[in-house]
Design a protein around this ligand. Structure first.
Ligand code: NAD
Length: 262
């Protein structure tokens, strides 16, 4: 028997742009209703909401701030009131800051730990009761190759992403008999706003040009010499929602052009 995701509900944090939006579109294309979240220009968000809805699904937008546990609880409650329960949770919202550790602003450290790691604890603890009740669930944590290996000047990011690998394994074990899988997708560099933004900062931190950052730092680690695409990540997330992936749980799946194999 093949469980289709048509009519199921997927909440994707940070889905107003980049990877989250790519995953939202891929899941909507396969028939899942979408709870969209993230920041941005109000008109642009509404345009994006309509674009996702054009796949013939319902799309609810929540502007919940992932640094605020009470807003996360309210977002899940609102989504459950509309769709009854969340079947697929994609923890994707994330930010980056690049700096030597001794200059790392403590407020940036706190924000990265809150958004890139703790928000997933809050989404998961809120969705699990109804997900368990429904007897089916998929939790996908958008982690990073930086959940598996480190790079200098990204202490908060690497810490949060390594933490997410641990969270993925632990909750996979806790939910293993509930027909729920919990996995981490660990991409290398994906060309999104987040990467574009850090090119400038990395150039400054390392004292090299922006072109050198792209060719000698970012794609240096990626043996395929190609950026990962948001469409590829959307299809991998869809696969993790399929019946074929039922026994993949607690896994951290590198999508990094060979980076972490070296
Ligand atoms: P992006 O900047 O395009 O998207 C980030 C999303 O998170 C946006 O929708 C933004 O509005 C949202 N967001 C930021 N702060 C938020 C907050 N406080 N509350 C709610 N939403 C918030 O970045 P992206 O590249 O698409 O990154 C998505 C995820 O993928 C992140 O977790 C990132 O660490 C991870 N990742 C990215 C890459 C890459 O190369 N781009 C590689 C590996 C992992």
């Amino acid at each position: 028997m093949n469980t289709s995701i048509t009519g199921k509900t997927a909440l994707i944090t940070g889905s107003t742009s980049g990877i989250g939006l790519g995953i939202a579109k891929a899941l909507a294309e396969k028939g899942a209703n979408i709870v969209m979240n993230g920041f941005g220009d109000k008109d642009q968000i509404e345009k994006t909401r309509q674009e996702i809805a054009s796949f013939g699904v319902e799309v609810l937008y929540s502007g919940a701030d992932m640094t605020k546990p009470e807003e996360i609880t309210a977002m899940v409650k609102e989504a459950e009131e509309k769709f009854s329960n969340i079947d697929i949770l994609v923890n994707n919202a994330g930010i980056q800051f690049v700096s030597p550790v001794e200059d790392f602003p403590p407020e940036k450290w706190d924000a990265i730990i809150a958004i890139n790691m703790s928000s997933s604890f809050h989404t998961i603890r809120n969705v699990l009761p109804k997900m368990k009740e429904s007897g089916w669930g998929r939790i996908i944590n958008l982690v990073s190759a930086h959940g598996l290996v480190a790079s200098p000047f990204k202490s908060a990011y690497v810490t949060a992403k390594h933490g997410m690998v641990g969270m993925t394994k632990t909750i996979a074990l806790e939910t293993a008999e509930d027909n729920i899988t919990v996995n981490a997708i660990c991409p290398g560099y994906v060309w999104t706003d987040l990467v574009e933004g850090q090119v400038k900062d990395t150039a400054k931190a390392r004292g090299i040009t922006e072109d050198e950052v792209i060719n000698d730092v970012l794609l240096k680690a990626q043996w395929t010499k190609k950026f990962v695409t948001t469409e590829q990540l959307g299809e991998i997330a869809s696969f993790l929602c399929s019946d074929a992936a039922q026994n993949i749980t607690g896994a951290s799946i590198p999508v990094d052009g060979g980076w972490t194999a070296a």
